[in-house]
Design a protein around this ligand. Structure first.
Ligand code: S3P
Length: 169
């Protein structure tokens, strides 16, 4: 989907990378719609991501996420932001090869600052800093491997990051 169809940009990166904030701004600048897979899942199932994790378990959430991402990649012609763990799924990775994937890179300090005390994210229960560090260590190479464009976000304002992506697309 590198031609006319498909999302204009697919944002990946860990929690606290700014995918949702930057994605909304980027969509505004490009004059297209914005979708976030967590929000799509919540709307479709009438439950928060946190409640799905707690009541149904992470495996159920990942299955719902895989389906939501596949559908959104197929239907979106705007900016799409993926949940931080969505890219760990092999079938999602295969689909992403055909898309304009933008990795929003963030270091530990900024990621922890942005997620605050976890803001309801189930994977961050417990020690937020240690959990964010673990997720960053595990996933940064995956994000980097999937991305066509990588943008550093540390210490930068969302509008500046969105402007850099517009130039790079
Ligand atoms: C997750 C990230 C969250 C959400 C869920 C799991 C992850 O999305 O999908 O809590 O595995 O990194 P954000 O990256 O938008 O916070």
């Amino acid at each position: 989907m590198t031609g006319a169809g498909g999302p204009r940009a697919v944002l990946i990166g860990t929690m606290g990378a700014g995918k949702t904030t930057v994605g909304r701004l980027l969509a505004e600048r490009l004059g297209v719609g914005f979708a976030d897979t967590d929000e799509l899942i919540e709307a479709q199932h009438g439950k928060t991501v946190q409640d799905i994790f707690v009541e149904d378990g992470e495996a159920t959430f990942r299955a719902l996420e895989r389906a939501a991402v596949a559908r959104a990649l197929d239907e979106s012609d705007g900016v799409l932001s993926l949940g931080g763990g969505a890219v760990l799924d092999p079938s999602t990775q295969a689909l992403l090869a055909a898309h304009r994937v933008v990795f929003l890179r963030v270091g530990l300090a900024d990621a922890v600052k942005r997620v605050g005390l976890g803001s309801g994210r189930p994977l961050l229960l417990g020690n937020v800093r240690a959990r964010v560090k673990q997720l960053l260590d595990e996933r940064a190479p995956v994000y980097a491997g999937l991305a066509r464009i990588t943008v550093d976000t540390d210490g930068r304002e969302p509008a500046e990051i969105a402007a850099e992506i517009v130039t790079a697309l």
